[in-house]
Design a protein around this ligand. Structure first.
Ligand code: SF4
Length: 669
């Protein structure tokens, strides 16, 4: 019997219209767990390195995580993987909501799409009955509207539906896949779904899922629930509100947005609104939030309720997803907080990334102010701040006029526009919009995360280590006292020694070796979550979460029956991490691509930055081009990757030898 997984994937060939139920190899679960780990293995094995994102040969994989569908709180992530049209590298994005557990209850761990459908279709999975159905009547419909129409036509109100809107149909590179109160937004996965001709996936499952040692597993789940309950009235002192508690960033019960509104200007991040947040604004924003928020809601099997049902006069009621609450209002420099909630409804129906889209729109208006784009590009655009944002959003998702260029995101739009536009696309890493934030002093931990992160989004790889030192020794001691999540006492010492000024302050503290350990730990936690399908809001993202490196092996053992300890889990993380890197190395990723935006920090330290990157590559078992070495690949059981790299000349037989130096940047140039 298979525990914690069904042992079956659905293989859908959209060109031929065929559906297969395929038994999976349990050995792969032992090697990679599930979710992102097995997705990376499938992409490596089945999609050649030179396949274009919009080729029928590209795969689009919807995967549950290994713990999804079990009673583990917050184990509800669907991990979607493909080659991204935005970065041209492996794109993976997670969504919460309800789809992954439902898929498990229908009897499948993954749905793997290949080919392209000649007509717009949707997939209906009803336990053992699976159909590809015509979706021509859904063309142009909103993502939320589509989900509702599908439930009605199937007469199945309990079906969970993930859908794209107009943006995905039009292959907008910022297109998301929407599911209830959640979405897989980053890296244009909705565009690949639209390119394949899939409007939606609807799932209804009523089967059981087995865990190996149920009593032990339930005990662990109860411990997590108790911890969550105890943490609610005990936020971590002296850190910004979104890091002080558990759950998703910008959770809907939270209204102190001083830090975000004064530091992130989304488009032109170089302009701050210092002093924007005052008592009057706080009162207004709190009042708006409490008025529009009609109910707090959670994803499947989670007590956190960090989403909300939003009802703004004049627009349909909708569920607000993570990190969209402020982004449009900040990009548009609009003080009226209700504007953000109004435009987010339209953006959700269109199915777009609430992070990249506002940045791209603000970028466009900056180009207009700079005279790089002209009045002719904006013919018919209203002059008021709100009106012009709605106007441009419509143009982009329809790919009309200048919207067609902007639909490819700031990096590619700047390439196409020329005339110095690239200067304004200043938040990109690996061709992808990042945090619109400009700071003073280099943070060595963030430097490494920005450079080497392959989830592409800095917001999704930061984690359990504080973002800045605590101001007093008392606070530091209090923080480390009950810091059970730290891998070992060394990490506690780094926190105790870290100061705002003097020898033990940034950029030279934490020291290089400590930065490598901290970044590796944070990455490890995210990779484990993405393989298990756990919400980062309860694990890898906040300070002091209920899931951590010490209890996760116990969850995996009790759920699957596998013998798992911290070393074993770390070994799997290293294997999965190296495999994701290998997929990208094969597509040209090299050291030249691994750099933060030039103006992210005012004070830069080239010598230290080089030292950090050199040391991290070495720490990870990669050569100085960022390519995993033959020795490290072999030690992780990835001999087949090493052989492939040798054949392609990416590695040579020399120990630790350098690669052929290809990079997505140099190829572009
Ligand atoms: S913490 Fe928030 S985002 Fe995460 S599973 Fe719970 S409700 Fe969903």
């Amino acid at each position: 019997m298979r525990y914690s997984e069904t042992g079956f994937n659905l293989e859908i060939d959209l060109t031929r219209g065929s559906i297969e139920r395929v038994e999976t190899d349990p050995k792969l679960t032992e090697l990679h767990l599930g979710g992102l780990g097995t997705n990376a293995k499938i992409l490596w094995d089945r999609v050649p390195a030179d396949v274009e994102p919009f080729s029928p040969d590209n795969l689009l994989i919807f995967s549950s995580g290994l713990l999804c569908g079990t009673p583990a709180p917050g184990a509800n992530r669907t991990i979607i993987s493909t080659y991204s049209p935005q970065t041209l590298l492996m794109g993976y994005s997670m969504m919460g909501g309800f789809l992954a557990p439902e898929l498990k209850y229908a009897g499948y761990d993954k749905v793997i799409f290949r080919g392209k459908s000649p007509n717009l279709v949707y997939l209906w999975i009803n336990n053992d009955k699976v159909e590809i159905r015509d979706a021509s009547h859904l063309r142009g419909k909103g993502a939320v509207e589509t989900s509702e129409m599908i439930r009605q036509e199937l007469k199945e109100p309990k079906a969970q539906v993930a859908a794209i809107g107009l943006a995905g149909e039009n292959r907008v590179y910022m297109a998301s896949i929407e599911q209830g109160r959640s979405s897989a937004s980053r890296l244009g996965l909705g565009a690949v779904m639209g390119d394949k001709g899939i409007k939606a996936i609807a799932v209804r499952g009523t089967k059981d899922l087995n865990v190996a040692r149920p009593a032990e597993f339930m005990q662990l789940c109860n411990e997590v629930l108790h911890y969550i309950k105890d943490r609610a009235p005990n936020p971590v002192p002296e850190v910004m509100p979104i890091l002080a508690g558990l759950g998703s960033p910008q959770e809907m019960a939270h209204y102190d947005e001083k830090w975000h509104t004064e530091n992130f200007m989304w488009g032109n991040a170089r302009v701050r609104r210092k002093g924007f947040w005052n008592d009057e604004i706080e009162k207004m924003w709190k009042n708006t939030l409490e008025t529009v928020r009609t109910r707090l809601i959670s994803c499947y099997n989670c007590p956190m309720k960090c989403g909300a049902v939003i009802s703004v006069p004049g627009v349909s009621t909708y569920m607000m997803k993570c990190f969209t609450k402020l982004t449009y209002a900040m990009a548009a420099f609009v003080d009226d907080s209700e504007f953000g909630f109004r435009i987010a409804q339209r953006a959700t129906e269109y199915g777009v990334d609430g992070f990249s889209m506002p940045q791209t729109m603000a970028f466009a208006f900056e180009l207009k102010e700079a005279g790089i784009l002209t009045d002719a590009d904006f013919e018919g655009c209203p002059s008021d701040n709100e009106g012009r944002f709605y106007w441009l959003l419509d143009r982009i998702v329809r790919r009309e006029g200048i919207g067609d260029v902007l639909a490819n995101g700031t990096y590619w739009a700047a390439e196409q526009i020329g005339k110095g536009a690239a200067e304004y696309a200043h938040n990109n890493i690996k061709k992808h919009e990042q945090l619109p934030l400009k700071l003073g002093m280099l943070n060595p931990i963030y430097f490494l995360m920005y450079c080497t992160g392959e989830k592409m989004n800095i917001t999704q790889i930061e984690g359990n280590f504080p973002q800045a030192p605590f101001s007093t020794m008392e606070l530091r001691e209090a923080f480390v006292k009950d810091w059970v999540q730290a891998p070992n006492d060394k990490f506690k010492q780094y926190v105790l020694d870290w100061e705002f000024r003097g020898e033990r302050s940034m950029p030279f503290y934490p020291p290089v070796e400590a930065c490598c350990e901290i970044v590796d730990w944070q990455e490890k936690m995210h990779h484990i979550d993405d393989a298990l399908g756990l919400c980062a809001g309860l694990s890898s993202f906040p300070l002091k979460p209920p899931y951590h490196i010490h209890n996760l092996p116990l969850f995996i053992s009790a759920a699957t029956g596998m013998d798992m300890d911290e070393d074993g889990l770390t070994h799997i993380f290293n294997r999965n991490r190296s495999l994701v890197r290998a997929v990208n190395v094969r597509r040209g990723l090299r050291r030249a691509d691994e750099k933060p935006p030039d103006d992210h920090w005012k004070k830069r330290f080239p010598e230290l930055e080089k030292k950090l990157l050199d040391a991290y590559y070495e720490f990870k078992g990669w050569n100085q081009d960022g390519v995993p070495t033959k020795e490290s690949l072999n030690a992780l059981g990835l001999d087949y990757v090493a052989e492939d790299f040798l054949k392609r000349g990416i590695l040579t037989d020399e120990v630790g030898a350098s690669s052929n130096g290809s990079s997505t940047e140099t190829e572009k140039n």
